[in-house]
Design a protein around this ligand. Structure first.
Ligand code: AHR
Length: 520
């Protein structure tokens, strides 16, 4: 946890190299500006969220009920909704996860007093009161101004149940389900952008084989009907980690019936589900092992693309990376079924590295949903009663807002050193460049080395740049975090640098993420 740079030296300048630091600057050249070729558009949904009925991810963290002394709008807490609104959350996936495959939508409509309590068998065996149901979630989505991705229950539900949920949500005419919706307080149909059929069907969603799921999906997708103009994109539940059999089978057997296949990958420092590694106080070996995961994802996304390019050359089927993020040992003293973990600078770094991978594969990866939005796993915000704190992950999402819907640009790099420790070796620098929707030239940089700053020279199309301005996220230790008492320990700082003698040289601090607007 040593840090070689005093905080004051975080303002970048042409300093002398420190011990162990690369003397030669990395040369970074943003390509294809002006009339040159560009990369794909980075779908804003890559910055999507996931809110499951799990621990205090919904109850307590987002929902406090309309009668709570905690300020709220129709039950949704104002502080958390305000913070999330500032992130411009593009899409929220709900109600699970594993929970989705045991959720019965009729339990969550109608008068609160009539809603049946059930056991949340996936997460802690606690009572699911069904206080938050369809109307409440759709209200949250409207308060956030976000798209919705509803995950239907294939695992333990019926085709009829799913078909009727979608009809209840979207029916326009005078049908029995539309009347029921109106009687429950919603006149107009809602817009539903994405409709998932099952979740992790290889595991908690039913322990199916891909060929069996594909058969099921063919039937279920037939009845996922909605009025013209309000048909959600249909999402098939895919595989996880390195498995390729799901994408192979689904893209061969159900193409034409789906808009996307999902994929899940969590980042465990140890790769061992029984002992994943600590969220704080971890050794450097677990810093690098965690940050090595996005590189693996990059590798197998390439393999997924090979399969998809063969089975779906017209690129009609997207990959939705609808669960990703760090997963550590649970916070001591908490219910292990609630997946409570602390969130540090390492998590912010990890998120930035994921963004870069998703940007690189943006022609296929059209959505990604970090797990999860509030209080669960790699959360944006953490709450305790009426208190709320923004995590380092929140800040890195905020810094990357300009990348939503931006057009990615290739970057030529020379002289990037490797950062190596034990069995892991990753590039010391991760980069993504893009042209924002309002025409700005954006550059996101991450120095993965915990102790070495990285000197850089930035050019655009081979020419020097005038200046850069932006925001820098770093801290003095790898496991620096924001607590309720110290909410600003890890927070973006304004950053700027100017060219000297026609050359813009800067020094990227150790363990930092820097998002810049580049002025050529
Ligand atoms: O995000 C927590 C859980 O991880 C989800 O419910 C499940 O889909 C995955 O295994």
């Amino acid at each position: 946890m040593k840090h070689l740079l005093p905080a004051a030296s975080l303002a970048l300048s042409a300093l002398m190299p420190l011990a162990g630091e690369a003397a030669e600057p990395v040369k970074l050249d943003i390509q294809a500006v002006g009339t040159g070729p560009t990369g794909p558009v980075i779908a804003r949904q890559i910055y999507g969220q996931f809110a499951e009925h799990l621990g205090s991810g919904v109850y307590g963290g987002l929902w406090v009920g309309p009668d709570s002394p905690i300020p709220n709008v129709r039950g949704w807490r104002s502080d958390v909704v305000g913070a999330l609104k500032a992130l411009q959350v593009p899409v929220v996936r709900w109600p699970g996860g594993c929970f989705a495959d045991e959720y019965h939508w009729r339990d969550g409509i109608g008068p609160q007093a009539n809603r049946p309590p059930r056991v949340n068998t996936s997460w802690g065996g606690v009572i699911e009161p069904n206080t938050v149901g369809t109307h409440e979630f759709m209200d949250l989505a409207e308060q956030l101004g976000t798209e919705v991705y509803i995950n239907a229950n294939l695992g333990s539900g019926t085709v009829q149940e799913m078909a009727q949920w979608l009809e209840y949500l979207t029916a326009e005419g005078d049908t029995a389900l539309a009347r029921e919706r109106r009687a429950n307080g919603r006149d107009k149909p809602w817009k539903i952008q994405y409709w998932g059929i099952g979740n992790e069907s290889w595991g908690c969603g039913g322990n199916m084989k891909p060929s069996y799921y594909a058969e099921q999906y063919r039937q279920w997708s037939t009845f996922a009907k909605a009025p013209r103009g309000n048909r959600p994109k249909l999402v098939a539940s895919g595989g996880q980690e390195l498995a390729l059999d799901w994408v192979e089978t689904l893209s061969a057997e159900i193409k034409g019936r789906m808009d996307a296949i999902t994929h899940h990958q969590y980042s465990l420092p140890t790769r061992d589900w029984k002992k994943k590694g600590a969220a704080i106080g971890f050794p450097e070996a677990e810093w690098i092992s965690t940050l090595a995961v996005p590189q693996t994802i990059d590798g197998y996304l390439n393999k997924h693309r090979e399969i998809l390019d063969r089975n779906d050359p017209a690129k009609k089927v997207a990959i939705y990376f609808d669960e990703w993020g760090s997963w550590y040992d649970p916070e001591p003293g908490t219910d292990p079924g609630f997946l409570v973990q602390r969130n540090t600078l390492r998590d912010a770094m990890l998120a930035a590295l994921h963004f870069h991978v998703f940007h690189r594969h943006a022609d296929r990866v059209k959505m990604a949903n970090i797990a999860q939005m509030v209080n669960v796993l790699q959360a944006m915000v953490i709450t305790d009663q009426d208190r709320m704190v923004l995590t380092p992950t929140y800040h890195v999402f905020a810094m990357h807002r300009p990348f939503m819907d931006a057009t990615s640009l290739p970057v030529q790099l020379a002289g990037v050193p490797d950062y190596t420790l034990g069995q892991y070796s990753i590039p010391a620098l991760s980069v993504s460049a893009a042209r924002s929707v309002d025409g700005k030239l954006l550059l996101s940089l991450a120095n993965t080395q915990p102790n070495q700053p990285l000197p850089l020279q930035i050019a655009v199309g081979g020419k020097g740049v005038r200046a850069v301005t932006g925001q820098l996220l770093t801290a003095t230790t790898m496991d620096a975090e924001n607590r309720f008492e110290t909410p600003d320990r890890v927070k973006p700082q304004p950053f700027k640098a100017e060219a000297k003698n026609g050359q813009l040289a800067l020094k990227l601090p150790a363990k930092s993420v820097l998002v810049l607007e580049v002025q050529p």
